[in-house]
Write a protein that binds this ligand. Structure first.
Ligand code: CUA
Length: 152
């Protein structure tokens, strides 16, 4: 009889444990920490802020935002010019397939997924022109995907 009680107790503990693990995994998914995943309708990218007005926006004295749309054959956005030594928040999304947004000579190497906004903060410590390329093979347009950002 006691064995049965212990068995039930053991199973109950296991169930409680799995529930806790499951719930926290679920909750984590729905938490969007800074630099986490933000969802966007890939069909409505150009109507959704900040991609309705892509390019460089000053957020405050020390922070700038750069929003860019990635797609086969190129990145969409006006000429990119940002200041050195300020925090630059990159926000990138794709209207078609998975791309990357990789800035040469920096730690910026973002995976760009349709339906998501990828965010990454970076501060350039050297002025210059930096090449932006797609590191993720994305089809016929892959080798045409590059642009640059000027840091002054
Ligand atoms: Cu986009 Cu490779």
């Amino acid at each position: 009889k006691y064995e049965k009680i212990w068995l039930v107790f053991g199973i109950t503990c296991l169930v409680v444990f799995l529930t806790v693990v499951g719930v926290s995994a679920f909750t984590d998914n729905h938490h969007t920490p800074a630099g986490g995943i933000e969802h966007i309708d890939p069909e409505k990218v150009r109507e959704t802020a900040p991609f309705d007005n892509p390019g460089v926006t000053q957020l405050d004295d020390d922070t700038y935002q750069v929003s860019i749309i990635a797609m086969a054959f190129g990145y969409e956005g006006p000429e990119l010019k940002v200041p050195v030594g300020k925090e630059i928040v990159f926000k990138v999304t794709s209207t078609d397939v998975v791309h990357s947004f990789t800035i040469d000579d920096t730690k910026v190497n973002m995976m760009v997924v349709p339906g998501q906004v990828t965010t990454k903060s970076y501060t350039f410590d050297k002025p210059g022109k930096y090449l932006i390329i797609c590191n993720e093979y994305c089809g016929a347009g892959h080798h045409f995907m590059f642009t640059e950002i000027e840091v002054t």
